[in-house]
Design a protein around this ligand. Structure first.
Ligand SMILES: [Fe+2]
Length: 664
């Protein structure tokens, strides 16, 4: 049985069914294809539309999954959606009251329409949100018997759900209301520190710099612990309580003070206290020794590390896609388990997405960039890449099928030497261009993991960067670029049988340097999600200061533009548009703006008339009423390059045949 799991909203880039959908209502759209309970393909919509955390309906991802598996959407047996039907219908009816133009369409009908009416409405199934998260982590854990803890912003009504899972399926044994949401707790404190949704990981990183005792008393006023593992808390009163305690919210752009770090430390400690209290009581009550985690809060690798060190469990499995994209996976597996028994099998890899392509496909792509890149085909790409890294290079690494989930795990990674501390600032300057309160993560050969890291006695799935563990004291000076201020690291343990090419690279780096560890961070710049396709990887190489790109068997470097090269022409992205805005003076201004950017606010950039004309005239762009004046691409190139770097437009090489002959 083929089941397509989906997460996302009912909006598309072109059509906002729900206008003004609140930020964070739905996010992390994805499609996951499951055959007889086994995941065969999983893709996040953001990787294709190139809009981070996008909530738009995952049609591109669904089509990618179907194509990858060699079927049409109409050939899929069932769809499983990541929220309950009544909940969705109620919410849409609520939205419709505030938006009289919005058609009243039930979730089932809307999904049917969005999938091009290729699947009969009765083949669409709905899975309760926390059941979907729970199924993702239980069926991927390999545990036969386990407690399953789901914590996120909220599902339909609950924000925490605890299940007891075994051969007979999953039984809900505790559920905690939305008002006690630990996801909301962390998010509201994140806002107090001047950050926004999806910045929670920055606050977690900041916490290690602070002293929790400064604000422990303040945070203590927010909650109480019950003897049975329960807790009282109400996030709706939290902001007011913090303000009444004299805490001033930090404004964006204000410096980070030691008080802010102390606040973050108390926040992190509070989360750990409440979760340990709750889960400890349930473990005692049920006698369960295995724990599975999922939901957005399970992305807190410091919390996960604390749980692993607590000794409460023999084994802990944190799902590598604990965010809502993972609920698409879980919805499909949950439905599969209703159709036929599914066995829990330990997941070894998240390499479930878009393939990078054959050597021939990559080479023909690279050839279109002649004059902008040069490349060589290597017999041993892992060895070549390792030598470059050992010589101080920071490289892009794109191999095999892309990872599903928020972490790059050696398929779409930026790699560097983990030893020099300055590599932290260097990589931030080269590509990330943002404040980072956590250093980059280490990927270590499994054979040497215990030598460098103090792994807990509790068995953990250490392959997915979901736990912060202690770097052994003696190795902290060696691993300066990947050790956090508190001596921990978000480690990835690499087994040869799971990812041979990446293992070979680290092995070769160890031969060069004596250290079986590389620095691994996601392959993207600050304006985009992780690269997915070969074209994305080349674009990222050309728009950042990366030293090289290892893609398939090819080692690729930038060259200064040569006149023999293909000329670059600008094209608008599906998510951006241009417009002419009148000014009060009677003049006009030209702008490029984002059409569908749900989260970071829609970016608008003023551009010169010539750049506007270049975009208007670009191939494939529908004609506008503005007649483009003569366009001199060279004149506007610096401006176009800036827009390219910020991913508001694309620059693509003209095909050789389209290039006017010399001197014409
Ligand atoms: Fe969720």
């Amino acid at each position: 049985v083929l089941i397509l799991g989906l997460s996302g909203s009912f909006n598309t880039v072109e059509e906002l069914l729900v206008p003004g959908l609140p930020r964070g209502f739905f996010h992390d759209s994805a499609a996951v294809l499951v055959e007889d309970g086994r995941v065969v393909c999983a893709v996040e919509e953001e990787r294709i539309t190139r809009v981070k955390h996008t909530h738009t309906f995952p049609l591109n991802a669904a089509e990618r999954c179907a194509a990858q598996y060699g079927v049409r959407l109409s050939e899929i047996d069932e769809v499983a959606f990541f929220f309950g039907e009544n909940f969705l219908d109620d919410r849409m009816a609520d939205f419709a009251l505030g938006a009289p133009d919005m058609p009243i369409t039930g979730a089932r009908r809307r999904i049917h329409e969005l999938l091009g009416e290729q699947l009969a409405p009765e083949r669409i199934h709905f899975v309760q949100h926390h059941s979907a998260h729970a199924a993702s982590t239980y069926y991927d854990s390999g545990f036969q018997q386990a407690l399953v803890l789901v914590m996120d912003g909220s599902g339909e009504e609950d924000s925490v759900s605890v299940y007891q899972a075994g051969q007979g399926g999953m039984e809900l044994i505790r559920n905690i209301s939305e008002s006690k949401s630990l996801g909301q707790f962390y998010f509201h404190a994140t806002r107090f520190l001047g950050f926004q949704l999806f910045d929670e990981y920055k606050v977690m990183g900041l916490a290690s710099y602070g002293d929790a005792s400064t604000f422990r008393g303040t945070f203590r006023k927010l909650y109480d612990l019950g003897p049975d593992g329960s807790y009282s808390f109400d996030y709706r009163r939290m902001d007011q309580t913090l303000r009444s305690e004299g805490i001033a919210p930090r404004r964006r752009g204000q410096g980070i003070t030691s008080e802010h770090c102390d606040f973050a430390a108390a926040l992190q400690e509070t989360l750990e206290v409440i979760v340990t209290h709750m889960v400890g009581a349930v473990a005692k009550e049920t006698g369960e020794r295995n724990l599975c985690l999922a939901g957005g809060v399970a992305q807190n690798c410091t919390l996960n590390g604390r749980l692993a060190a607590s000794g409460l469990f023999d084994a802990i499995f944190v799902h590598p896609a604990s965010h809502d994209a993972g609920a698409a996976l879980g919805a499909a597996v949950h439905r599969a388990a209703e159709v036929a028994p599914v066995k829990s099998r330990r997941r070894r890899t998240m390499s479930l997405g878009t393939p990078i392509g054959s050597a021939e496909e990559i080479q023909s792509l690279l050839d279109t960039w002649a004059g902008h890149v040069r490349y060589e085909r290597c017999a041993d790409i892992a060895g070549e890449a390792a030598r470059l890294i050992a010589d101080g290079a920071v490289i892009g690494w794109a191999q095999g099928r892309a990872e599903f989930g928020p972490r790059a795990l050696g398929q779409r990674s930026i790699l560097a030497d983990p030893r020099p501390e300055e590599n932290k600032t260097r990589i931030n300057a080269i590509v990330k261009k943002r404040e980072s309160f956590r250093p980059f993560a280490p990927a270590v050969l499994a054979e040497h993991a215990a030598e460098y890291f103090d792994l807990p006695n509790t068995a953990i799935d250490s392959e997915f960067m979901t736990f912060a563990v202690r770097v052994r004291e003696s190795h902290r000076p060696t691993l300066a670029a990947v050790t956090h201020v508190d001596g921990t690291a978000r480690v990835q343990v690499v087994h040869r049988e799971d990812n041979e090419l990446f293992w070979d690279l680290i092995r070769a780096f160890a031969d060069e340097s004596g250290v079986p560890v590389v620095l691994n961070t996601s392959f993207n710049n600050d304006a985009e999600p992780i690269v997915d396709s070969a074209a994305d990887a080349v674009r990222c190489l050309l728009t950042t200061a990366l030293d090289a790109l290892a893609i398939g068997p090819f080692l690729v470097r930038k060259v200064a533009d040569e006149p023999s090269g293909h000329r670059l022409v600008p094209v608008l992205l599906p998510t951006s548009a241009i417009r002419v805005m009148p000014e009060t003076s009677g003049a006009v201004r030209y702008e490029v703006y984002e059409r569908a950017q749900p989260f970071d606010g829609r970016r608008t950039v003023r551009i010169a008339a010539q750049a506007f004309a270049a975009l208007t005239a670009s191939e494939g762009f529908p004609s506008t009423e503005i007649t483009p004046p003569g366009v001199d691409l060279e004149l506007v190139e610096p401006e176009l390059r800036k827009l390219w770097e910020s991913r508001l437009i694309d620059l693509v090489p003209t095909r050789a045949a389209d290039r006017p002959a010399e001197g014409s």
